[in-house]
Design a protein around this ligand. Structure first.
Ligand SMILES: O=C[C@H](O)[C@H](O)[C@H](O)COP(=O)(O)O
Length: 221
C-alpha cells in the first residue's frame, strides 16, 4: 500500500467519528481531501462544516457539504485534520499547506480533534519537518532574525500567500524538545501571526494507517 492509500484508509475510518446532523470542523491537505470525499460518499448527513481553506471549501461544495463560518458556532463536536508530524502526546507540526492559522482556530472550537495520518507522520521527536511560521509581510525579515536567534534557519516559502495575505517562513533546525514553550515563544515574536506547532491544542485521537490497518491512538505518557 502506498502512502496515499494509507492516508485514504485513515480518512475513511474517520467518517465513523462524524456525528449525524451536527456541524463539524474540516482541516486541509491531501489526507483531508480523502476524508471529504469519503464523507460525501458515505451517505452520512452533517448539518454543515467549518472549513479551513479554499481548497477544502471547494471540495466540500462538490460533495454538497454546506459551509458555515467559524463566527457562527461557539463549539464543534469534532474536528478532523491531518498533520505533517505527530508525536506520542499527539502534539503536531502542521502548516505544510500553509493553513495552520485557520486550522488552529477551528481546532480550538472543537471538543474532539481527530488527526488522520499515515504511519510516516508518527515521530519520536518533532522537528525533522521544518516548522511553518506565518508572518506579516512587512515584518518578515525582522521576525526571521529573531527566529535565527532561537537557533532556526528560516526559509521564505517563495510565491506563497496565506488566506489572510501573509507569508510563510519554514524554519529548519529549531529545538522542539519542549513544544509548548516553543509554541508560546514563537508567537511572542513581533510580526509572527501563528506558528504550526500544535502543543497547547494537541489531537485527542490519532487514526494512524499502516500496513496492518488503522490504529486508534490516544496520548501516551
Ligand atoms: O496546512 C496544512 C495542514 O496543516 C495539513 O494538515 C498538513 O500539511 C498535512 O497535509 P497532508 O495531509 O497533505 O499530508
Amino acid at each position: 500500500m502506498n502512502q496515499d492509500e494509507l492516508k485514504r484508509q485513515a480518512a475513511i475510518k474517520a467518517v465513523e467519528f462524524v456525528p449525524e446532523n451536527e456541524y463539524i470542523g474540516i482541516g486541509t491537505g491531501s489526507t483531508v481531501n480523502h476524508f471529504i470525499r469519503a464523507l460525501g460518499e458515505s451517505g452520512k448527513t452533517v448539518k454543515g462544516a467549518v472549513s479551513t481553506s479554499r481548497q477544502s471549501s471547494e471540495l466540500m461544495a462538490q460533495y454538497g457539504i454546506p459551509e458555515i463560518h467559524p463566527n457562527e458556532v461557539s463549539s464543534l463536536p469534532v474536528y478532523i485534520d491531518g498533520a505533517d508530524e505527530i508525536n506520542h502526546l499527539l502534539q503536531m507540526i502542521k502548516g505544510g499547506g500553509g493553513a495552520h492559522l485557520s486550522e488552529k482556530i477551528v481546532a480550538n472550537l472543537a471538543q474532539k480533534f481527530i488527526c488522520i495520518a499515515d504511519e510516516s507522520k508518527y515521530v519520536s521527536r518533532l522537528g525533522k519537518f521544518p516548522l511553518p511560521v506565518e508572518v506579516v509581510p512587512m515584518a518578515r525579515s525582522m521576525a526571521s532574525r529573531e527566529l535565527v536567534k532561537l537557533g532556526g534557519r528560516p526559509e521564505l516559502r517563495i510565491g506563497f500567500k496565506t488566506l489572510n495575505g501573509n507569508e510563510i517562513v519554514d524554519v529548519h533546525g529549531l529545538d522542539l524538545s519542549r513544544p509548548m514553550e516553543m509554541e508560546t515563544r514563537l508567537n511572542g515574536i513581533l510580526g509572527v501571526v501563528e506558528n504550526g506547532l500544535f502543543a497547547h491544542r494537541p489531537a485527542d485521537v490519532l487514526l494512524l494507517a499502516g500496513k496492518d490497518g488503522v490504529k486508534m491512538l490516544t496520548a501516551q505518557a
